[in-house]
Design a protein around this ligand. Structure first.
Ligand SMILES: [Zn+2]
Length: 386
């Protein structure tokens, strides 16, 4: 049986990093190694100095003398955002306009401080775009109940809003951070241009889906992509920073902390997660991430553990242990924030989640869904035999 081909039937894991082939779009080679590992190996052969020069050339093309904004950076406030602004403003001498798409879930202290810190420490103008709270509540409920993907609407606007703003405001360059398709291994192609990637996202936005479910035409502005003529006429260049600089959460964390970035270490130990410095601003956001678990059999801990294996920070064995201990857990505080905001009881929440357990990869044992073929199978066996 080939890797990745029979993902409907079984769940197989990368021999090197433990990442499962149930990740949508994942590619595995004949040796059972995932494309994310292969892409990571390529880093050693890349001339990063040269790529930095390439970035400098792109910046030279767009840097303005009249003081107007020369690039848009969509930011969340996280460590990667700090790294992006550091690179564009401090290293490249650009004058970025920062744009954040907010969500109305409860914010952590660290999240609030980081968001504020970003504009303040780098002296950047910063636009916060909030969807109507009433709309957010409705579309999030719809997407949770029907797709098991609560933030689908908001996530579309993360791309549409900054792109439309750059066009309308005549800002010629948009800088996104990580090319997740490449870093997580659903493509072998690495390109600095994010245009194709963005166009694919725009194409996949289904405005009718929302209209058919009672969202009014006046409420879908945030997810309507710019029209083709606008894109052609203004042609903002869209780039991925991860092409120009080896993407590393720990390096970014170090840089971000020097600028005043705060992690969650003194605030909240999150269940189901093995770090405290990613996706930390919004309490309920963890629920959106966790919902990958019933659908695909893995979530944040798997993502982070396999990345750490690739980076040589932990062994495959250690990754398996972490995945076994943490990956299935949904953080209680995140869930409570989620259901309180959206108006569900815990029972209603779990009844909805029940629909999404992927019966091909999970089985119910004593009332609990268990993976049929977890990556830590050997660990369980050895415990039994001990
Ligand atoms: Zn791998």
């Amino acid at each position: 049986m080939e890797f990745g081909k029979d993902k409907e039937l079984v769940m197989r894991h990368c021999k090197k990093c433990a990442m499962p082939d149930t990740r949508p779009g994942s590619i595995f080679d004949e040796k059972g190694v995932c494309q994310a590992c292969r892409n990571y190996e390529k880093r050693r052969t890349i001339d990063w100095e040269k790529r930095k020069e390439q970035l400098a050339k792109i910046c030279d093309k767009y840097r303005r003398e009249d003081g107007y904004y020369d690039c848009v950076i969509p930011v969340s406030g996280g460590k990667d955002s700090h790294f992006l602004v550091h690179t564009m403003k401090v290293e490249m001498g650009m004058n970025p306009l920062l744009i954040t798409i907010g969500d109305p879930f409860t914010k952590t202290d660290a999240g609030l401080k980081n968001y504020r810190n970003l504009g303040e420490t780098f002296s950047c103008d910063h636009i916060l775009f909030n969807l109507s709270i009433d709309l957010f509540r409705r579309v999030t409920r719809i997407a949770f109940e029907e797709l098991g993907e609560p933030l689908k609407f908001v996530e579309a606007s993360i791309y549409t809003v900054p792109m439309k703003m750059s066009i309308k405001m005549g800002i010629p360059l948009v800088v996104f951070g990580e090319n997740s398709a490449y870093e997580y291994g659903s493509t072998e192609e690495q390109s600095y241009s994010a245009t194709e990637y963005i166009l694919r996202i725009f194409k996949a936005i289904d405005v009718d889906f929302w209209l058919q479910r009672g969202v009014s035409i006046k409420e879908v502005n945030a997810i309507i992509p710019p029209i083709e003529e606008e894109l052609k006429e203004c042609k903002p260049e869209v780039i991925f920073m991860s092409y120009f600089s080896p993407w590393s959460s720990t390096i970014h964390l170090g840089i971000a902390k020097r600028y005043g970035f705060r992690d969650l270490a003194h605030e909240w130990r999150r269940e189901g997660c093995i770090e405290d410095f990613e996706q930390i601003d919004s309490v309920a956001y963890m629920v959106h991430l966790w919902l990958k678990y019933p659908k695909f059999g893995f979530q944040r801990t798997s993502d982070i553990a396999s990345r750490r294996v690739r980076e040589g920070k932990i062994s495959l064995f250690q990754a398996e242990r972490l995945i076994m201990e943490h990956d299935h857990k949904l953080d209680q505080r995140a869930m409570e924030d989620f259901i309180n905001f959206l108006g569900y009881t815990p029972k209603e929440f779990w009844d909805i989640v029940e629909r999404f357990w992927n019966r091909k990869i999970f089985e119910k044992v004593d009332g609990t869904w268990k993976l049929k073929n977890p990556v830590y199978k050997d660990l369980i066996e050895s415990k039994k035999n001990a």
